[in-house]
Design a protein. Structure first.
Length: 283
């Protein structure tokens, strides 16, 4: 108890430059974690690039095998993806090396995300009130969980189906699909990171509701507007096909409804607390 009081007094006495110094060390530790994991990913080229990055470009990828098993069970042969009619090329001298660097950094960031967010949380949490700290308990866990769920959704569902659609799309049979390595890696990274970020919607709604900026009734009233915005965002961050847009829009709409329920529960807790405080004051 005495230690906590001492830390609070010390934090209250920190100047603006002291806060900047603390922020600098949090950022340095976060960057160091990302760089270390990026170097490990860079050295594990056969696993990170050969299996992870190029995984959705191969017909033996997990998603394609599961779809094929489902197709066999349901008797729908169209679900079985046994060919991806495209090749990946590197048309620039530094293409393969630069994409190796880029993919290693992204993998390092994704793996280090819980630690990076933990460092960020350590910096901002001392400035919160005790009530806010209690309400935000478990923030690192839930933010990291939603981040990885979104990344897995983008990697195992959105990316392979988008790659399959784009590889089979042809204006004319004489036009061959020969994708540049930079285009392939950039598309894959965009889909995975966009899904990971979009899955943070319940966390955003939670904190906005905690601060009183949004309410469940407001979210319900603007549901139609939210649907339009989500569809527009899905169209921007996904390849130009309806299937990919719907695949990312549907879970975001579900998360939006979850956000409404979260805001509703917070309002009930807030109303119950206010009623108890009013009763205590009256007594």
């Amino acid at each position: 108890m005495a230690l906590d009081q001492y830390q609070e007094e010390e934090e209250e006495g920190m100047s603006f430059l002291d806060h900047l110094e603390a922020l600098r060390w949090h950022l340095l530790r976060s960057v160091a974690a990302v760089l270390i994991l990026s170097v490990i990913a860079f050295l594990s080229k056969s696993i990170v690039f050969g299996m992870v990055i190029l995984g959705p470009s191969k017909v033996d990828f997990l998603t394609y095998r599961v779809l094929c098993d489902i197709g066999d069970y349901l008797g729908i042969s169209a679900l079985c993806i046994d060919e991806l009619p495209f090749t990946i090329q590197s048309r620039q001298m530094t293409g393969q090396f630069s994409m190796h660097m880029t993919s290693s950094f992204v993998v390092g960031f994704v793996v280090a995300f819980p630690y990076v967010f933990w460092e960020f949380w350590r910096f901002i949490s001392p400035g919160l009130y005790d009530q806010e700290k209690s309400a935000a308990r478990g923030a690192v866990f839930f933010v990291s969980l939603l981040f990885f769920l979104g990344a897995c959704f983008g990697y195992f569902i959105l990316s392979p189906l988008s790659i399959n659609f784009l590889s089979n799309y042809q204006l004319d049979p004489s036009i061959l699909n020969e994708f540049d390595i930079s285009s392939y890696v950039t598309t894959l990274i965009m889909l995975v990171l966009a899904s990971a970020i979009m899955f943070q919607l319940p966390v955003v709604v939670y904190f906005l509701s905690m601060s009183g900026l949004v309410t469940s009734s407001m979210l319900r009233a603007y549901r139609r507007h939210a649907i339009v915005v989500i569809l527009v965002v899905a169209a921007v961050i996904t390849p130009p096909d309806v299937i990919s847009q719907l695949l990312i829009a549907m879970p975001i709409l579900v998360l939006y409804e979850i956000g409404i329920n979260i805001a509703k529960r917070l309002e009930k807790k807030r109303a119950l607390k206010e009623a108890m405080e009013a009763r205590e004051d009256s007594e």
